[in-house]
Each structure stands twice: as structure tokens, then as C-alpha cells.
Write a protein that binds this ligand. Structure first.
Ligand SMILES: NC(=O)C[C@H](N)C(=O)O
Length: 315
């Protein structure tokens, strides 16, 4: 293969987040503005990336707590366009940590790419004394170029996680992500990727056309919790306001108070799709013939993405 035909290009798509954030004071790790620096600036600040063949594109510039359907749609379209280019080895997305696992799961279920699509982020702004963004971004590019890498991955604090298993598990610590229902897929050590496990084959993807239509019809899916004293009032209010789907984060193995269960069954009878997840930090909800449908091992927010896509696919 000639140099120009080799798939050695990594496209880095910027969406904002703390990795692109700046603070007035270098010692301030929390009083900063997310999404201030462009993705090209982030790359320029990492000298070893000068040895890589890279392209950057700013797809969005937001704090990921404000992630929205329009940005997901744009991101999916740009990712698919770059993945189709033969010279592209893989894609890296710089993102905020807050909803990173939702975006990762969304792209996994829509595209399930065979090339690596690596999301990364930071817990400290770019101006911090000990910013974690540059190392995470360098690691992410190295993973995107690794011959064994494929599918949607999250690279953070030296670990590689799958989109299905990754969760943000800490609000402040730099080591903020874990594969909660399985093992890390790999670790990145001095730029070398050491694989510890393989990505499980997932379900077939929904496909880009589901979300790329100009008038994509995003349903309304909300998340509820079971807790001591939970009743059906929230369910009834949401059903009356026209909700299309409800994910309930039950207690333990997806258990629900009698009142919440009754309200959700009544919602289902009125045509609202329901999925039962757990408010536990890890573990599946086992399927049971006489209970509301289980979301399996999906966290409540990923079950919401799943239900959104299922409802869109059902038209
Ligand atoms: N660490 C971060 O990236 C948090 C930030 N609020 C975001 O999600 O964009």
C-alpha cells in the first residue's frame, strides 16, 4: 500500500466539555467554564501528536450537561462520513464527562462501527495545574490507531472501556470512569495499548438513517426512580403531558413499590413504552414473566437511549 492509501489518519471531533475548559486561576479545578478552547488548540498543545496524521473538526462547543438531540444527530452524521473514508483509521471525540456514556452508547447503537470510535474527556480544565485532558487525548489517539481496536470505546485515565459498560462513577476524582458490569477492555501504558479483554459482539445497529433525517422525530422518554414512599403521581403527570416512554430505575433487581408498579402498568396500557432498570450502581435487572420489561444490564440513562431509538425505529 502506498503511503497515501494507508489508513493512518485519525479525525478528532470536538464537542466541548471540561477538556476544552478554562479557569481564571490555575489552582481552581471546579470554578471554570467548560467548552472554551477549539479542538485544534487542544491538539496543538500536545507535542507528541505532531507525529501523527490528524484532522480536527469542531462539531459542537458545549458543556455536556447540555447535550441534546440536535448535537447527537450532527455528531452521528459527521462520524459516519469520516468512518467511510478509506484513509481514516479511527475517530476520536472530545466530550464532556457528564453525558459521555450516553453519547457513547447512542453512537454504539446507531452505528456500531468496525473502525475504532474513541470518546475521551477530562475532569480538570485545560488551564489546571494538573490537567488530565492532554494525556487522555494522546491515549485516545493511540487507541484509535491500535490494530486491535474497534467499535465505540471510552479512553479515560489510562483505561479503555466499552460503550455498553462504561459509567461515570465519581463526581470529582480524575479517575472518574469504570466498566461497572465487566472488566476494562485495555490499559494504555506509555502510549502502548495492553488488551485485557475483547469487546462483546452487540446487537445489530439501528443505522444512521434512523436519526439523520432532517425531521427526525425524537420521542419523549423520561427517567423515574423508585424510593421509600414512591407513588404513581409522577407517572400520571408525565403520561398526561404526552410522554412516549418511561425508564424506571427500580430498587435492587428492578423492584417497584406497589403504587409505582400499578401506575406504570396503567401507563403501558395507555401506549407508553416502559423499561425497568435499577438504581444500583451495577448489575442487571433479570427478566421476569409477570414484571414490566427489563432493561437488562443497561443503566437508567443508557436504557433511555435504547428506548428512544426503539421508539424511533417503531415509527
Ligand atoms: N468534566 C466534565 O467534562 C464536566 C463538564 N460539565 C461536561 O460534562 O462538559
Amino acid at each position: 500500500m502506498s503511503q497515501t492509501n494507508r489508513a493512518d489518519l485519525v479525525v478528532i471531533l470536538g464537542t466541548g466539555g471540561t477538556i476544552a475548559g478554562t479557569a481564571q486561576d490555575a489552582a481552581d479545578n471546579v470554578g471554570y467554564q467548560a467548552a472554551q478552547l477549539g479542538v485544534a488548540e487542544l491538539v496543538q498543545a500536545i507535542p507528541p501528536l505532531g507525529r501523527r496524521r490528524l484532522e480536527t473538526e469542531q462539531v459542537a462547543q458545549l458543556d455536556s450537561k447540555d447535550m441534546d438531540f440536535a448535537t447527537w444527530q450532527k455528531l452521528a452524521v459527521r462520524v459516519a462520513a469520516h468512518l467511510a473514508r478509506p484513509e481514516v483509521a479511527g475517530i476520536v471525540i472530545t466530550h464532556g464527562t457528564d453525558t459521555l456514556e450516553e453519547t457513547a452508547y447512542f453512537l454504539h447503537r446507531v452505528l456500531a462501527p468496525s473502525k475504532p470510535l474513541v470518546l475521551t474527556a477530562a475532569m480538570r480544565p485545560a488551564t489546571a495545574l494538573q490537567t488530565d485532558g492532554p494525556q487522555n487525548l494522546l491515549d485516545a489517539v493511540n487507541v484509535a490507531l491500535d490494530p486491535q481496536a474497534h467499535g465505540v470505546l471510552v479512553v479515560f485515565a489510562g483505561a479503555v472501556h466499552s460503550a455498553a459498560q462504561v459509567r461515570k462513577i465519581h463526581s470529582y476524582r480524575v479517575d472518574a470512569f469504570a466498566s461497572v458490569d465487566g472488566a476494562r477492555l485495555a490499559v494504555v501504558e506509555e502510549g502502548a495499548v495492553r488488551w485485557l479483554g475483547a469487546l462483546e459482539a452487540g446487537q445489530p445497529p439501528f443505522g444512521l438513517s434512523l436519526v439523520s433525517a432532517a425531521a427526525a422525530n425524537w420521542p419523549r422518554v423520561e427517567v423515574l426512580l423508585n424510593y421509600a414512599g414512591a407513588d404513581g403521581a409522577m407517572v400520571d403527570a408525565l403520561v398526561n403531558s404526552g410522554v412516549n416512554g418511561l425508564v424506571v430505575a427500580g430498587t435492587g433487581n428492578g423492584s417497584l413499590s406497589l403504587k409505582l408498579d400499578a401506575a406504570l402498568r396503567a401507563a403501558q396500557a395507555r401506549g407508553v413504552a416502559v423499561l425497568r432498570s435499577t438504581r444500583c450502581d451495577a448489575g442487571p435487572v433479570t427478566e421476569s414473566a409477570d414484571a414490566l420489561p427489563s432493561a437488562g444490564a443497561l443503566s437508567p440513562v443508557k436504557a433511555r437511549v435504547e428506548l428512544l431509538l426503539r421508539l424511533m425505529a417503531a415509527g
